[in-house]
Design a protein around this ligand. Structure first.
Ligand SMILES: [Zn+2]
Length: 341
């Protein structure tokens, strides 16, 4: 018989959500693999709708670099062919009666193809290419935010089939929502209630830096760490150490600094966890007045090592089997191998 380590309940100070840290489950192998086990894709794929030459297979183009036409682009943005939200509202909408609530779902759903190369990962983009991607995030965010119907914008990327990417070609997505999701509203409410002089997240980042047990690395502007109540095994945050402007008002230096920290964080995750599939989420405050003063934007990387199962679906509580301190220690050991990234 072996001693099973105690499980622990941790509370995320930003959301109030509790998470179960169950190191006793650590003997269970984290079962899911990633791209390390798959053959590297070709530089271009004639069957890929996002590859140069197949522009006609995508819907309305919204932006490209450099501006122009044809197949000589470096980056393209277009409307998602299978959008989660409609571009326009129907003239007539029959609301249901009884207890049912329903309303039209206008919004935006865009695809940002980050590079013409089919085979690259985000960590393989050059400094200037990654900067172009972040500037495009900023520009598309600004355009969505200018739409009075949109109350919240989320930018994310799904890397690999386990992260629900249906197309390999490197791309991100932007969704503009006509409402503030309850999780985001809760983060804002709690941040407003707790904030004194500093935004709650900045206080937390300061404490993560000071404590250092979950820290991976820092620059003078950003901290990369596994949060205290991480809801996913080996989850990593790249958070600012200063109060940033609203994401679409960020200056170039802010984006460049974030890009460098983000790429290193992605490289550390790839190196330390055998290139897992992952989701990257750019968390931004909702488009409500002064929300950015108390809830700064930050990046989150979620390696897809487990899938939500019956327990999580039943009660909405996540179980992680790697203590965040151990996750950070493992990722710190990968740092030396990504020194040049
Ligand atoms: Zn492609």
């Amino acid at each position: 018989m072996h001693d099973v380590p105690y499980s622990e309940l941790r509370t995320d100070p930003l959301t109030g959500d509790r998470v179960i840290v169950a190191p006793g489950r650590a003997d269970r192998p984290l079962p899911l693999g990633g791209s390390a086990e798959r053959p590297r894709p070709p530089r271009s794929d004639p069957t890929c709708p996002f590859c140069p030459g197949n522009e006609a297979e995508t819907t309305t183009e919204l932006y490209r670099l450099p501006p122009g036409e044809g197949t000589g682009w470096r980056l393209r943005v277009f409307a998602n062919k299978y959008p989660a939200l409609s571009a326009s509202v129907p003239r007539e909408f029959a609301a249901p009666s009884g207890p049912w609530e329903s309303e039209p779902a206008p919004g935006r759903h865009e695809v940002i193809v980050e590079t013409r190369r089919h085979d690259l990962s985000m960590t393989e983009l050059s400094d200037s290419e990654l900067f172009e991607v972040l500037r495009t995030y900023r520009g598309r965010f600004a355009e969505a935010a200018a739409d009075p119907q949109i109350k919240h914008v989320v930018i994310f990327r799904n890397q690999g089939p386990l992260a629900n990417a249906s197309i390999f070609h490197p791309h991100s997505q932007l969704v503009g929502l006509p409402f503030v999701p309850s999780l985001v509203a809760r983060k804002l409410e709690r941040s407003r209630a707790h904030s004194t002089e500093r935004a709650t997240l900045l206080t937390l980042v300061g404490q993560e830096v000071e404590d250092s047990s979950r820290l991976i690395e820092t620059t003078d502007r950003y901290a990369t760490y596994v949060p205290y109540a991480a809801a996913h095994d080996h989850e990593v945050w790249v958070a600012p150490r200063f109060l940033p402007a609203r994401f679409d008002h960020s200056d170039d230096g802010t984006l460049q600094g974030f890009g460098v920290a983000l790429r290193r964080a992605l490289a550390v995750v790839a190196e330390g966890l055998n290139d897992p599939d992952y989701n990257f989420i750019l968390h931004t405050p909702p488009l409500l007045e002064h929300a950015e003063d108390v809830l700064p934007w930050y990046g989150q990387i979620i390696p897809r090592q487990t899938v939500a199962a019956g327990f999580e679906l039943a009660v909405g509580v996540r179980i992680v089997q790697t203590r965040p301190e151990e996750a950070a220690a493992r990722l710190r050991t990968a740092l030396s191998k990504v020194a040049g990234v």
